[in-house]
Ligand binder design. Structure first.
Ligand code: ADP
Ligand code: MG
Length: 698
């Protein structure tokens, strides 16, 4: 048995390799760039590139690639080999500092939302030295940001790094006010819990819908689904265990801290969680994790489904974004402290998050909006589309006491008066009793639970970081000018609680009465679908906030809104076309064949003995004949709906029309086909059923 500690990170050009392979001068200089964002000298870049290349070649690499995350949501790479001709007719392996720092993929086909004119189609990639380079297959992968020549971000990484910087800037101001002079920077960290489904390759191959769209578009409810809850945390089946073993090994080699794995609620559903790390690295790692999950599955004759809703009527897959912020000294700013003074600082950061989530509910909602995730949010399995915060009883009690200047009846009775010195000391509450909240405080971090399983975590964290940076900026502006710091601090905390307590909800988020209360009494936003929320990216308050922190330019925001809506439209239209195709060329012919068989049987029975009953055949035949007609009618109506959309040029209008007409027609076609499935003999049905799919992996 190989020891994990022997091969962990063996494919990563990490700190251990840097230390061993770089001169101490080059190492120090690179560390300064990584830790403090210092500018990198070209001579240092050359030395780093040479060392990287030697290390990569020794480890079997022949190529290098700038690895980036365009707005498609997946990762992109273009491979160049290290070879360079030598005068004697052979080749040498070369890699310069320039090639390390900047790349120019001919990337004209990536979505840019109009940011790049085609005559200037080339974007460029720029090295992100804070995320380690790694080897994948035979290529050295260099994590990069992807920008246009005008400097506009064409990827998810660039605004993520900008949002981390914005948060760092504002958090540092606050920390200075609290006298933390030794802190050099504040970073956010994230641990994303990733859910997924496994089915066999054999089943996958037979379903066009899963192949083309990642989810089933048809399928009657199986006799057994998730009602027994017998899968959740159940014994992992041998084939799945073998898959998880290899997955862990591959992730560990890449330095990804895969930590826990278990079965989820739905049959065939599983979860993998890593140990948290700095947000941009966690983002890279999560993208890699999703890629490796699919690759390893293929080796085991399995297919890993990362879609948010692969099966109707069965829980979908999400991704919990556990988020906190910490200083370079390792102090978690969302961890209640030992002393009232530490707690004052904690409460201020807590309030900054509460205010941010309330003020920018719309941005958080739209950061997780995709056609796939629209099937989950609010469907009694994932948090609703309404954003709210869960704090737990203990913390809630503290906040209520502060708001009302009442004694805090927690662990010790403390009279709440003004000032830092009397902010209460309370115990850290680590219980996470509420699983239905979209945004839950879990002791020393927040868990944002609205993300879909296939989402890049970049978008959610960009919005979260920026919104919290904005709260902190408002606080710092006021506190820096305050004559009596403690008084001003206490008043600000109180005011935040008063103004924003409507976003705090500690009850059951799956309950319908909550949605009524949230929207009618509390005035919280409820954007059910992607077309509902996405246009709010361009609301004046949002543009102002995001541009003032230099996370996005206005042009970038416009382009992103357009790309996301375009993505929504394309996704649903591909689904619609796949449904039409399956209904017409697979389902209707199968039903028709069975109807013919029934007719033949009935006729044969009558011929054999005229008094014999053929009620079964004729009864069923009649029902199926009606359904056959329905299937064709509904398929044609869906075709019409799809055609109508093509005349619309405005993307927002198009997305609304798709939501209202195309999706509802898809639903109607599905109902007809699914009822036909329940009446058609199994051997006639053209593809595996839900029962086959969900219980295929043993
Ligand atoms: P669960 O949510 O299942 O109770 P945990 O609370 O142990 O599990 O952790 C879930 C995820 O949260 C893990 O990925 C873990 O690394 C991450 N996590 C723990 N502490 C922090 C933190 N301070 N910041 C960000 N993520 C964290
Ligand atoms: Mg969790």
């Amino acid at each position: 048995m190989k020891k994990v500690s022997d091969y962990f990170g063996c494919k990563v050009f990490d700190d251990r390799v840097m230390k061993a392979r770089l001169s101490s001068k080059v190492y120090q200089s690179l560390r300064k760039t990584i830790d403090e964002g210092a500018k990198l000298d070209i001579s240092v870049a050359n030395a780093v590139a040479a060392a990287m290349k030697d290390w990569a070649v020794e480890n079997g690499a022949t190529h290098y690639t700038h690895w980036f995350q365009p707005l498609t949501g997946v990762t992109a790479e273009k491979h160049d080999s290290f070879i360079s001709p030598s005068p004697d007719g052979g080749v040498i392996m070369e890699f310069s500092g320039k090639e390390l720092i900047k790349g120019e993929p001919d990337a004209s086909s990536f979505p840019s939302g109009g940011l790049r004119a085609t005559f200037e189609a080339r974007g460029y990639t720029a090295w992100d030295p804070t995320s380690y380079a790694f080897i994948k297959g035979k290529s050295l992968c260099i994590p990069t940001a992807f920008c246009s020549y005008g400097g506009e971000a064409l990827d998810k990484k660039t605004p993520l790094l900008r949002s981390m910087e914005a948060l760092n800037r504002q958090a540092m101001r606050i920390l200075h006010l609290f006298g933390n002079e030794d802190v050099k920077c504040v970073r956010t960290s994230v641990g994303p819990e990733q859910e997924y489904f496994l089915i066999t390759e054999e089943m996958y191959e037979q379903r066009k819908d899963i192949r083309f769209t990642g989810r089933t578009l048809f399928g009657a409810k199986p006799p057994k689904g998730q009602e027994m809850d017998d899968h959740y945390f159940g014994v992992i089946k041998p084939r799945v265990a073998a898959y998880m073993d290899e997955l862990n090994e591959e992730l560990w080699k890449l330095g990804i801290l895969a930590k826990t794995e278990h079965n989820e609620v739905a049959p065939a559903q599983h979860e993998l969680a890593p140990i948290y790390t700095t947000t941009n690295i966690a983002t890279d790692h999560n993208q890699l994790t999703m890629e490796i999950m699919q690759k390893v599955a293929a080796k085991h004759g399995l297919v890993c489904l990362l879609h948010e809703k692969p099966f109707a009527g069965v829980n979908g897959s999400g991704k919990h974004n556990n988020w906190s912020l910490a200083t370079d000294k390792g102090v978690n700013l969302l961890s209640p402290g030992e002393t009232p003074y530490e707690n004052a600082q904690f409460l201020l950061f807590l309030c900054a998050v509460i205010k941010a989530v309330d003020d920018y509910q719309d941005l958080l909602r739209l950061s997780v909006a995709t056609a796939g995730n629209d099937h989950r949010l609010g469907a009694n399995e994932a948090p609703p589309a309404v954003v709210s915060i869960f704090l737990g009883d203990e913390l809630n009690g503290v906040l209520e006491a502060i708001e009302n200047d009442a004694p805090y009846a927690g662990t010790e009775k403390t009279q709440m008066k003004l000032g830092v010195n009397v902010l209460p000391k309370f115990n850290r509450d680590t219980t996470d009793r509420n699983r239905t909240s979209p945004f839950a405080f879990t002791g020393n971090k927040f868990e944002f639970r609205m993300l879909g399983s296939s989402n890049s975590i970049a978008c959610a964290n960009i919005m979260l970081n920026s919104a919290v940076a904005e709260s902190l900026k408002i606080y710092a502006d006021r506190l820096e000018k305050a004559e009596d710091f403690e008084n001003a601090l206490h008043e600000m905390i109180r005011k935040t609680i008063k103004d924003h307590k409507h976003i705090i909800f500690n009850g059951n988020g799956y309950d319908d009465t909550w949605i009524k209360e949230a929207t009618e009494k509390r005035g919280l936003l409820n954007y059910r679908t992607t077309p509902d929320c996405m246009p709010h990216l361009l609301d004046e308050k949002n543009v102002r906030m995001l541009t003032s922190h230099k996370v996005f330019s206005e042009a970038e925001l416009k382009s992103r809104c357009e790309i996301m809506l375009d993505n929504y439209c394309k996704t649903v239209l591909i689904e619609a076309n796949t449904m039409i195709d399956m209904a017409k060329t697979e389902i209707a012919p199968a039903v028709s064949e069975y109807v013919l068989e029934l007719a033949k049987t009935a006729a044969a029975k009558k011929a054999a003995e005229s008094s014999i009953s053929c009620n079964y055949e004729t009864g069923l035949l009649k029902k199926l004949a009606i359904l056959e007609d329905q299937i064709m009618i509904k398929a044609e109506e869906l075709e019409d709906a799809v055609l109508k959309v093509q005349d619309i040029t405005d993307i927002t209008e198009e997305s609304c029309m798709i939501r209202d007409s195309v999706l509802s027609k898809m639903g109607e076609l599905r109902i007809a086909c699914d009822s036909a499935e329940t009446m058609t003999a199994k051997k006639f049905w053209p593809f595996p059923t839900y029962g086959d799919l969900l219980f295929s992996v043993r």
